[in-house]
Design a protein around this ligand. Structure first.
Ligand SMILES: CC(C)(COP(=O)(O)OP(=O)(O)OC[C@H]1O[C@@H](n2cnc3c(N)ncnc32)[C@H](O)[C@@H]1OP(=O)(O)O)[C@@H](O)C(=O)NCCC(=O)NCCS
Length: 141
């Protein structure tokens, strides 16, 4: 993003998406003790890059500013987000990442998301490390 206006527009689009779909959620990750905005965590309808078509599945994702990595913030935020959407009735959550994204895979593993393997990504081109968890699996973990 080039400037603050672009960032505010981006936030506005996220708000509109959530207003249209209660499970399309993006949240800032804010460090409780300092107020530092560490990054974001989101749940979004996965869609095919080639057609832009939504496929129905919801995918969780996490991003941190590099200064805020290494404290467990992404894992804590994702856990809170997944708790929330399952409590509100979502049936399953997917998670996918580039095969070589070890840091992201560690987050998925710390969360205990069941690993489906390295497979052709259902939405994007090429292979991904794929995880999927159902509400029942999450609640009994
Ligand atoms: C993926 C990404 C969010 C992971 O960041 P991260 O800091 O490793 O993840 P967390 O915030 O959960 O922190 C976990 C790390 O903090 C450490 N840590 C320190 N204190 C901790 C605590 N109290 N609780 C949990 N972990 C703690 C953990 O040991 C772990 O480090 P390790 O992997 O070296 O063992 C980050 O690398 C990133 O933003 N990458 C670019 C964006 C991206 O690729 N996103 C995913 C798209 S699919």
């Amino acid at each position: 993003m080039a400037d603050l206006d672009e960032a505010l527009d981006w936030i506005d689009v996220r708000r509109q998406r959530e207003a249209a779909d209660q499970f399309d959620v993006t949240r800032a990750i804010v460090v409780r003790d300092t107020g530092v905005v560490a990054g974001k965590v989101s749940l979004a309808r996965a869609h095919r890059l080639d057609t832009g078509l939504f496929m129905g599945e919801y995918e969780v994702g996490w991003w941190l500013h590099p200064d805020s990595a290494g404290h467990g913030y992404a894992t804590e935020a994702a856990r809170a987000l997944i708790d929330d959407v399952f409590e509100r009735g979502l049936a399953e959550v997917w998670c996918g990442m580039y095969v070589d994204n070890d840091a992201s895979a560690h987050v998925a593993e710390r969360l205990g998301l069941p690993f489906l393997g390295v497979q052709q990504d259902p939405w994007y081109e090429g292979d991904s490390r794929l995880y999927r968890v159902t509400r029942d699996e999450w609640l009994v973990r």
